[in-house]
Design a protein around this ligand. Structure first.
Ligand SMILES: CC(C)(COP(=O)(O)OP(=O)(O)OC[C@H]1O[C@@H](n2cnc3c(N)ncnc32)[C@H](O)[C@@H]1OP(=O)(O)O)[C@@H](O)C(=O)NCCC(=O)NCCS
Length: 203
């Protein structure tokens, strides 16, 4: 559970909130990723079972089993119907899932968060930074968000470098609760639509 975020909470108008919910409900693809379905449970379980993927992410199912991953996917299908969440996967076409993106949306604040990971064979080659930049642009454009809020554990140097390098602003620290009730400290970053647009224009 993501308590305490986003840090910035500017109320969105009812029309804007509804536009966001409608965009979440209508989403089918995000760049090179597609929506996850319950049939993806074995492939997604295999990705999450990689300690390098699951260790830094507080929101993954715990205990981690194929059944809990199926329930995680089904919960996201229900979140999409409520206009509040999306789960995307990137697959190789043969059942292997090479990456996932878990988007949480707060329509009332026009804000969103994304957690995600790549298969360890793709780490540390710049693919994460490149994919994250496209994902952030998609969230601002396709979902009509005004604010992105991101978290990372104190040990997650790669994500910290990625967010600092992309110009996200450090906003302090919160406690994140995993599905099994255990907690961890999370650093928090935010990026506004206006600052992201400036960054894209100025490169
Ligand atoms: C987070 C993740 C998507 C980043 O993607 P990536 O392709 O591995 O990262 P990049 O190669 O783009 O590198 C990002 C930054 O980390 C640095 N970095 C990469 N590997 C590193 C390592 N092993 N040690 C220290 N820094 C490292 C890069 O130099 C870059 O920083 P810079 O721009 O200041 O040079 C990917 O590592 C991942 O899936 N990790 C597991 C899940 C996770 O942590 N998700 C994020 C939290 S939700």
């Amino acid at each position: 559970m993501a308590e305490g975020i986003p840090i910035t909470r500017n109320p969105a108008s009812p029309e804007h909130s509804e536009k966001i919910r409608a965009a979440v409900r209508a989403a089918v693809r995000m760049n090179d990723s597609r929506l996850a379905t319950p049939d993806d449970a074995p492939g997604l379980y295999a990705l999450f079972a990689e300690p390098k993927v699951s260790a830094p992410i507080y929101s993954l199912p715990r205990p981690l089993t194929e059944a809990s991953v199926r329930a995680f996917i089904e919960d996201h299908v229900a979140q999409q119907e409520r206009g509040k969440g999306l789960l995307f996967v990137r697959d190789t076409g043969d059942g292997q899932i090479m990456g996932y993106s878990d988007i949480q949306v707060w329509p009332e604040w026009a804000a969103g968060e994304i957690a995600g990971g790549l298969h360890p064979s793709l780490h540390s080659r710049g693919a994460g930074t490149q994919g994250a930049a496209l994902t952030f642009s998609w969230m601002f454009e396709a979902l009509h968000l005004d604010l992105l809020c991101e978290t990372a554990s104190l040990e997650n140097t790669i994500t910290q470098r990625m967010l600092d390098g992309m110009g996200f602003a450090r906003m302090g620290q919160v406690t994140s609760t995993r599905p099994d009730g255990t907690t961890r400290a999370s650093l928090v970053w935010e990026m506004t639509r206006a600052d992201w647009a400036k960054r894209i224009i100025t490169g």
